[in-house]
Design a protein around this ligand. Sequence first.
Ligand SMILES: [Zn+2]
Length: 245
Amino acid sequence: MRFYLNEKEFIETDFPIDLSIGIAENQTLSAWYVTPPKMEVVRENGFLGSVEEGGDVNFRSIWFNPHGHGTHTESCGHITKEIFSVNKVLKTYFFRALLISLQPEEQDNGDRVITIPSLPKGINVEALIIRTVPNSEQKITQNYAETNPPFLALEGIKVLNEHGIKHLLLDLPSVDKEKDGGELAFHHSFWEVPQNNRLDRTITELIFVDDATQDGEYILELQLAPFENDASPSRPILYAISTLN
Ligand SMILES: [Zn+2]
């Protein structure tokens, strides 16, 4: 289907670009040292939740961690005493977005730091999507434990604020350094916690943007599983913006 954004621009919903990494049993993708997700057949009171084993239906209970096991979106409830539900704070789902590719800079101590550059003048987007380079499908299966993944330089907040960016998406497990003594400086600054808890801002982590998708402006559709929790598995989708001649 074709949807017009205005008199000139449109998107085609038949060509979604899915940025999500799903959650599977025994997957290797992991962040924050969590063990793999489990999907267990329910066997209670004579009930058997496996067709293969003779049950009527497949009926499995799932254990997973939204922050450690796949693409997820989180609210400031990630770092506040009150667990603000991301499912409650995200109220609209389509946003103008800019995809940029950034190369982390290696510091003497081994840290790889990403600086958010100034965005093109006059650009009007609510979401910024960061693809780190080098980019490879390894991001789909990576176990991030003990890897000190790249993270964002705090100065980038200035650029986000200047452009009123509400939704930040990236292909890393966190915007902050993995072991920063609990400081979480970028998280606090972006969400203005504790002085002004920005319930209108979200961070989406562990996305994957394949190389076929070029940097530039898109329409982002950001949908999540309706868990009432600080974070929930999500499916960010991009749609290319076309222009009538
Ligand atoms: Zn997270």
